[in-house]
Design a protein around this ligand. Structure first.
Ligand code: GLC
Length: 576
């Protein structure tokens, strides 16, 4: 009954389809703001910075995990879904944060990590006993036939984990193995078992009753395992259940069941499923409103374009602009009529966009951060801003492996080193792509540790904080921050930015990213020079925009027939 009443209230607070006009801001709590001087960010720290987010204008916070956790993967390994880790504060602190965000008109979405638990979760601990009723909540399996349990090479199959050499860990207590496709500290839950699913749904309802406005669902497409996941045989489709993707046959069924049982659509909650390996086809199924699964998914296609298919993780290739923009356009067209896109370049798992897709040199950093944001935010979908992206924060100049903290970085380094890969090649991968680049402390001001903490932070602050910080940005009308404010306001003010049809122009141009957005008789033209050299505009191949109104530009006094390095313009075309 209580749930129901809360639900009714919640629905009034969250009108139908509200997330289609929202901009989401992701907070990685560990690196946002420390309030108690232990060098690690926390929830009271976030609450103390809410006015900053209100000033930016975002509608939603996505909070990366703050649950109880041994922190083997910085909280993506949860040992209690209904409590807050003391590192980050208390449940009461979180309730205060939710209320304070709501007071400012900002909604809050929790991270939901239910493909796996921590190996310290009571469910898992209980399941280690072969006689336990929870035994089947995980995938316990014997050694491969004829092999000695626990001996090297006896694992049920040869699948690697994302952050460890094998997906399988031997448990001497029960004489069997369990899979953790990320790491041994993250055992996979068995979603085939209906009790597991009901336990997850009950936990989600518990959070909804605490006032959260939705869920970002961690690697949610991996909850349904491909046939043959625990055996030596491959799924007949050849799909591999790895971080790179590979869903089993029951994904859509599980998502629809979750939606129904938790009331996700009934309560108008925001749902975004992280889906490595997803394609336009799988995303259409998951986000078709008629199927009641998810609002939107995070695809990985555009952030994997610089990887060598089937190659090692440290093998990288150049990413020509046409490849990137055509990929985003493919998703725009694919989900134009059914489903919805999420838009991101940055998050806690990616290197900083301005260093990766832009030019982070002092000369071009500001313009390229703005132009990347213009391009992304003018696509159709829900944009995600990752903490510090709105300041144009860059990759960290780490030079030694000791500066890295991430389980993934350390594992890649160990794996590559064991294979004899030259140190320069491994370090090149880490200095350009490590997840730790996104995890250096938020740069608030020019004081020691960038205003993040009063002690030594858990990971080094990027030494460029004296120039790149929020305090400096707020005093500069031309800052990256000011540009993000304008982009967010544009989305709120213009239906064409939210709902307009997308059309890519100049698809093969290797430096210009150009497209239109059209809604009824309104039409916008977006022109972006994604290079550090001036670019001529091929006027004959573009809609006439000589008299168009400039809604937002990165430079003053632009010439009509060319763009300065990293210049972009959003123009309203005269349709009369
Ligand atoms: C997701 C998270 C990532 C985490 C992994 C395992 O990809 O975004 O940070 O390591 O899942 O939970």
């Amino acid at each position: 009954m209580t749930d129901h009443l809360l639900g009714e209230e919640a629905r009034v607070l969250r009108p139908d389809g509200w997330w289609r006009s929202a901009v989401v801001y992701q907070i990685y709590p560990r690196s946002f703001q420390d309030s108690d001087g232990d060098g690690i960010g926390d929830i009271p720290g976030i609450t103390s910075r809410l006015d900053y987010l209100a000033e930016l204008g975002v509608d939603v916070i996505w909070l990366s995990p703050v649950y109880r956790s041994p922190q083997c993967d910085n909280g993506y390994d949860i040992s209690d879904y209904r409590d807050v880790d003391p590192l980050f504060g208390t449940l009461a602190d979180l309730e205060t944060l939710i209320a304070a965000a709501h007071e400012r008109g900002i909604r809050l979405v929790m991270d939901l990590v239910v493909n796996h638990t921590s190996d310290e979760h009571p469910w898992f601990i209980e399941s280690r006993d072969p006689a336990s009723p929870k035994r089947d909540w995980y995938f316990w399996r014997p050694a491969r036939p004829g092999a000695e349990p626990g001996a090297a090479g006896s694992e049920p199959n040869d699948r690697p984990a994302a952050f460890a050499p094998s997906a399988w860990t031997y448990d001497p207590v029960s004489g069997e193995y369990y899979p953790g496709i990320f790491s041994p500290g993250q055992p996979d839950l068995n979603w085939e078992n209906p009790e597991v699913r009901q336990a997850v749904y009950a936990m989600m309802r518990w959070w909804v009753d605490r006032g959260v406005d939705g869920f970002r669902m961690d690697v949610i497409n991996l909850i349904s395992k491909p046939i043959g996941f625990t055996t030596d045989a491959l799924d007949p489709s050849g799909v591999e259940p790895t971080y790179e993707g590979g869903s089993g046959p029951r994904l859509d069924e599980f998502l629809a069941e979750m939606n129904r049982e938790v009331g996700l659509d009934d309560l108008n909650l925001l749902t975004v499923g992280e889906m490595p390996g997803s394609t336009v086809e799988t995303a259409i199924r998951a986000t078709d409103p008629g199927r009641h699964e998810l609002n939107m998914v995070f695809t990985f296609e555009h952030v994997m374009l610089d990887r060598v298919p089937g190659g090692q993780r440290w093998d990288l290739v150049d990413l020509p602009l046409p490849v990137l923009k055509n990929n985003l356009a493919h998703w725009q067209l694919g989900l134009a009529d059914v489903g919805w896109n999420s838009l991101y370049f940055d998050n806690h798992d990616q290197a900083r966009a301005v260093s990766r897709f832009g030019d982070d040199s002092p000369e071009h950093r500001v313009a390229s951060a703005k132009t990347l944001a213009t391009v992304l935010h003018l696509h159709k979908g829900t944009p995600y801003v990752y903490q510090g992206e709105e300041l144009g924060m860059t990759n960290a100049p780490f030079t030694t492996i000791e500066q890295y903290r991430d389980i993934s970085a350390l594992n890649v380094h160990a794996a590559a080193t064991a294979l004899g890969v030259p140190a320069e090649r491994v370090m090149h991968f880490l200095t350009t792509r490590s997840r730790d680049h996104a995890r250096t402390p938020m740069q608030w001001d020019a004081t020691d540790t960038a205003g993040f903490t009063t002690t030594t932070p858990w990971i080094d602050v990027n030494p460029n904080y004296p120039t790149i910080n929020a305090a400096a940005a707020s005093e500069d009308a031309d800052s990256v921050f000011a540009h993000f404010q304008k982009l967010i306001a544009l989305r709120h003010d213009h239906a064409v930015v939210r709902e307009g049809r997308f059309e890519l122009l100049l698809p093969e141009h290797d430096r210009l990213w150009a497209f239109t957005r059209t809604l009824d008789d309104e039409r916008l033209l977006v022109l972006a020079n994604c290079s550090s050299r001036p670019a001529e505009l091929p006027l004959e191949d573009l809609p006439d925009h000589v008299d168009a109104e400039l809604l937002l530009g990165t430079h003053l006094n632009g010439r009509p027939d060319s763009l300065a390095p990293w210049e972009s313009r959003i123009l309203r075309l005269d349709q009369s």
